[in-house]
Design a protein. Structure first.
Length: 361
């Protein structure tokens, strides 16, 4: 199967369509700009490269609009279409026979490639205004410091009209995580409070933005959803919203694990009735056979089980052992008694990937 990426680029109410060259397969049919993912490339990197080569533009790639699989006589493609915007340049016909900005109503006038048929069907019911609202909200949250943002369908998980969740994440600084592989530190405890305050400010700003646009919204700050020490969770676990919004999965350490930062993040949530397009949820663990966190747990609380959506916490860890062990090792290391450890996520290979990158402080 050939992995292909494409860009859904908007200009107001119009999106960019490109006509394939006559000499290529499916010649003169219309498509979304993009191409094959080469070995060693991420999907986003491939899409940026293809748009630079084919249109002479620099692209900023956002979230996935949808993905489809289609069998042609000569090959099978798995096509992932990303919301994208042009950050530099004007589209030029460097490879295509023609390019046009068209509205959703106009797209039926052009013969598109068969692989795009499902995408066109979805576009017919697409709420552009809702997507623009989501874009503006996510931009605000990123300006406030969020490195990961996602929207989740929380129907069945919360009561009331606010059944869309917006999950945000901020990273734990690298130098603090490095120390955690040995023992928790006072600096980590202090940073916990700093990051929680930053998240509170972030979700309050996001909720205010949604209310200003006429929607109900609740910022699930540390005051609204206080930590229950006995249950080791909040009323609405932020991890639930985060997995439902596709930010990551629950690791064998019973913490949220993300591909970009491992478990070295703090998260929070906004609940709203705004009709934000939701992202694809994570339904199962990506940890595979790795057991580094299980082996590193000082109390032996982790059971080594791969998570699937709907699993209870006690299937993954013994929370009472964790509750007992955390204050003990924190007090032994710092003299301060607090429910904090971090060793299980500090050793995670995904966390180690974050630590090895040089792109952020």
């Amino acid at each position: 199967m050939t992995e292909v990426v494409a860009a859904l680029i908007w200009e107001g109410e119009r999106f960019l369509a490109c006509q394939r060259p006559a000499h290529k397969a499916r010649g003169l049919l219309w498509e979304f700009v993009g191409g094959k993912v080469e070995p060693g490339e991420t999907q986003e990197e491939a899409l940026v490269r293809e748009c630079r080569e084919e249109l002479g533009i620099t692209l900023e790639v956002s979230e996935v609009f949808m993905d489809v699989t289609h069998e042609y006589p000569d090959l099978t493609v798995h096509l992932t279409l990303f919301h994208s915007k042009i950050v530099q340049g004007e589209p030029r016909k460097l490879e295509h026979n023609d390019i046009r900005w068209i509205t959703i109503r106009e797209m039926d006038q052009l013969p598109f490639c068969p692989a795009d048929v499902e995408i066109l069907d979805r576009l017919r019911t697409y709420d552009r205004k809702a997507h623009l609202l989501k874009e503006e909200l996510f931009s605000l949250l990123r300006e406030k410091g969020a490195v990961l943002v996602g929207a989740a369908d929380m129907a069945g998980f919360v009561e009331g009209p606010c059944t869309t969740g917006v999950s945000v994440a901020v990273p734990v600084p690298r130098h603090i995580v490095l120390d955690l592989k040995t023992a928790p530190t006072k600096e980590y405890l202090e940073m916990y409070g700093i990051l929680n305050a930053r998240l509170d400010d972030m979700v309050e700003a996001g909720a205010a933005f949604l209310r200003e646009n006429g929607y109900q919204a609740v910022a699930n700050t540390t005051k609204v959803t206080p930590w229950n020490r006995t249950e080791l969770q909040t009323v609405l676990p932020h991890k639930t919203a985060a997995t439902r919004s596709g930010l990551g999965w629950i690791g064998k350490n019973c913490l949220l694990v993300t591909k970009a930062y491992g478990g070295a993040i703090r998260i929070s949530t906004i609940l709203t009735d705004a009709p934000l397009p939701v992202d694809a949820p994570m339904e199962e663990s990506q940890c595979g056979k790795c057991t580094k966190c299980v082996e590193a747990c000082p109390g032996g609380a982790l059971k080594g089980v791969n998570w699937k959506a709907g699993m209870g916490r006690e299937e993954i860890m013994d929370s009472q052992i964790c509750l007992k062990t955390q204050p003990e090792i924190m007090k032994a290391a710092t003299g301060v008694e607090a429910d904090i450890c971090g060793k299980c996520y500090a050793v995670c290979p995904y966390t180690q990937g974050y630590l090895s990158r040089k792109d952020e402080p």
